[in-house]
Write a protein that binds this ligand. Sequence first.
Ligand code: GLU
Length: 501
Amino acid sequence: MSQNFVRVRFAPSPTGPLHLGGIRTALYNYLFAKKHGGTFILRMEDTDRKRWVSNSELYILETLKWCNIEPDEGVGYGGPYSPYYQSKRINIYRIYINKLLEKGDAYYAFDTDKDLDRKRKEYHDSGGSFSYNYKIRMKLNNSLTMTKKQLHDKLRSGSSYVIRFKIQPGEKLNMYDIIRGNIIVDTDHLDDKILLKSDGVATYHLANTIDDHIMKITHVLRGEEWLPSMSLHILLYKSFGWTPPNFAHLPLILRHNGKGKISKRNANLDFPIFPIQWKVPDTKIIIPGYRELGYFPEAFVNMLALLGWNPGIKREIFSLQELINFFSLEKINKSGVFFDVKKANWFNKKYLNKKKEEIFAFLCEEIKKRSIDKKDKDYLWKIIHLTIDRIHFIHEIWEHSFYFFISPSSYEDHFFHEICNKNAISKLDNAKILLYYADKFTSVNLKLLFTTNKQKIMQLLRLALVGILRGIDIFIILEMLGKEESIRRIEKLINQIKEKI
Ligand code: GLU
């Protein structure tokens, strides 16, 4: 097959936001298409109207845009196989289901839910299990057990029915998955799945197969949860007389603590699972996504790409173009992969180092917001260089640098109470004098001054200058604040202690 003809699709059901697994499926499809100069298609699998959620389509489009992996064709982009909504293709599916009926590969089934429940119970009570399959179908209420006339009458009377696929038993179906290799399925174990529901709408299996064929999809890359459906899909292709596409089922993304897979349902885990924020339609609660939490799309995409695929070299930072160049389906993991939010933060940090201008702009905004006297540019750049190692996100810069701009208005409670005594005052007084007489107010000199004086007052100084026991090297803080401001802050703490004792 010529590589130019690669056509892949991302085919989400608009039943809510995408989670990490969903967006990773989209990304792998995108990377594979771009690698082969192919086409990346977005198809909305929206036949299940009961599960349809209003803003999910927009969500999906916005997410793909944010990740910079936009489709070439499909919903929102148009293309030669429009419409790309399955709900608008109902008539197409009807044509094809009729072909299966004519061939005898599908049949009408009139069993009501109640009938089936009763049967299920009967089988269960006698120690067996019920499956609508070749063993049982001839005992049920379907067109296989009726004469033509009976069927005709039943249909004319308006009885409700579904259409089922007639699985031929006794076949060892040989399938190939690019990631998992050969898979053999015994058709005896398959049941006669519903292809057309009683409301006349095609099920996922039928619509998906027909669309993949009509839209000339060459490779189906999708989540592992669809692996059990692969045999049914292959049988459908066979029955239509079509060549199936190539399949690759992607490994599950698992929670790091071994608590199973990530799904839309675990939205309140201790790490984000949605790429961008999701507004829950009923409650209007907003669940932030990676975008809102300050992850860069490039970092997010880079992290996601390596969650289940490895480029075969010892390197972790890749631009989107590099990911495209290196991508191959053969290097995708077979087994589930663990997601670790710490690793996601690590990726963000790597990209943060290339975003200094943005950090600078953010810092300027924070200063402006608080009406702080504008500091000169060099001062701000110094702060950025001094604190960047401590942050993973742009917005964290303020909590790691506020003390360069504002004198503490309160002090870390626990430690403050501990040092509310005369001893602390005298230590602070000494430090003040040392600083006052220091000639060169540089971190190197100040360090020497304090070590030779063997005063163990570092924590006290930190409390005076920062207000909390955090922050960069205390001597650098002193140098940055300068003599006057440093002394002013020490005096402020002394006064506060005096007020308390
Ligand atoms: N509509 C399915 C889903 O939401 C797509 C499965 C497939 O790609 O075949 O997961």
